[in-house]
Design a protein around this ligand. Structure first.
Ligand SMILES: *Cc1c(COP(=O)(O)O)cnc(C)c1O
Length: 369
């Protein structure tokens, strides 16, 4: 079986350094925040090209806190996309605001700036584009829109560690950016983790308070806060992995290039890549009109795949209250029907990439016959 993602191989690759690092944290008893988290915050913010990183317990919490720090609350509208992981939208509801969906661009599969412009109302506070699959949204037109209308831009960069847009790192494009360190992400903890990064010192200070009970000084609660702190051991694990992230991302890009070559004649649509962006290839997502059949046949052939995502958020039963329905976002709905994520991780071999591509080519030929 060729696995979709191989976290055990990742552990084998880091364990000589990770085990002593974990032991140091355990022996120091600095289990929550502490020096490892502080060092990781600085190192990860530097990768993003900004001054401040605020480590939290999940990517979802990072989105929640970024929206709070932007002053978003009941009566406000936040523009985002339905073709994303549900957390993007849940966080908007957590602060009591209204998610306003706009469709994605059909090729890039991120927020369509023209549609975003049409969705702005006097209640709009934030644009929340998602850097889906490891490729940034088309940020310049979105930043121009935000500037013209006095909106805050928050990047959902949970899939885009190490990506860049026109030479600027993901994480440095909006006022704040949100990252997840869920184990399967390009940079993942040995458990849960997340971070907000920002260049703005005042926002950073507010975010630090919000993640730790709204207090700067213990037991003095200036704001309504949360217990969203990052564990010390996760800070240590993430530091060990962060050193390897650039090489891991290079391997992902090499695998993506090889997939692209091997799939050129196969009957699937390969991912569209913006020429001026550095893709982090969190996921390698192809499209096919008979996606479910292709996925089932690949499974039979020993190739594990994933679906990101099979149901757009506006059609999820838990979000029916937002009042959207089928047909509202055709590009997102078409993507949900057709996308298939092929195995992608740095611990896949080139031979495995060729094997997967060969199986895809064979099966699509049979399906099209
Ligand atoms: C993973 C992810 C999140 C949520 O991160 P968690 O750490 O799982 O809470 C949010 N948005 C996107 C686009 C993601 O991929």
């Amino acid at each position: 079986m060729i696995p979709f993602l191989n976290l055990r191989a990742q552990w084998e690759a880091i364990k000589d350094e990770a085990l002593p690092a974990a032991e140091r944290v355990l022996a120091s008893a600095q289990y929550v925040l502490g020096p490892e988290v502080a060092a990781f915050e600085n190192e990860f913010a530097a990768l993003c090209g900004v001054a401040h990183g605020i480590g939290v317990n999940t990517g979802t919490s990072s989105l929640h806190l970024a929206l709070l720090a932007a002053g978003v609350g009941p009566g406000d509208e936040v523009i985002t996309v339905p073709h994303t992981f549900v957390a993007t939208v849940a966080a908007i509801l957590y602060v009591g605001a209204r998610p306003v969906f706009v469709d994605v661009e059909p090729g890039r599969m991120t927020m369509d700036p023209t549609l975003a412009a049409q969705a702005i109302t006097p209640r709009t506070k934030v644009l929340l584009p998602v850097h889906l699959y490891g490729q940034t949204a088309d940020m310049d037109p979105l930043l121009a829109l935000a500037e013209a209308h006095g909106l805050t831009v928050i990047e959902d960069a949970c899939q885009a560690h190490g990506a860049a847009y026109k030479g600027r790192p993901a994480g440095s494009l909006g006022a704040m950016a949100c990252f997840s360190f869920y184990p399967g992400k390009n940079l993942g903890a040995c458990g849960e983790g997340g971070m907000v990064v920002t260049a703005d010192a005042a926002l950073a200070e507010k975010l630090r308070m919000l993640r730790d009970w709204g207090a700067k000084k213990r037991y003095h609660h200036e704001l309504l806060g949360y217990n969203y702190r990052m564990d010390g051991i996760q800070g240590a694990m993430l530091r060990v992995k962060l050193k390897r992230l650039p090489a891991w991302n290079d391997t992902r890009r090499a695998h993506a290039a090889l997939y692209g070559q091997c799939l050129a004649e196969a009957g699937v649509t390969i991912p569209w890549q913006a020429p001026d962006c550095r893709h982090a290839f969190h996921l390698y997502v192809v499209r096919h009109p008979r996606r479910d059949a292709l996925q089932a046949r690949l499974q039979e052939a020993g190739v594990q795949t994933g679906l990101h995502y099979p149901v757009p958020v506006h059609l999820q039963p838990g979000y029916a209250g937002l009042g959207y329905g089928p047909g509202d976002f055709p590009a997102s709905e078409a993507a949900a029907r057709e996308v298939l994520s092929l195995p992608m991780c740095p611990f896949l071999t080139s031979d495995q990439v060729r094997e997967v591509a060969g199986q895809v080519a064979r099966i699509t030929r049979e399906l099209d016959a």
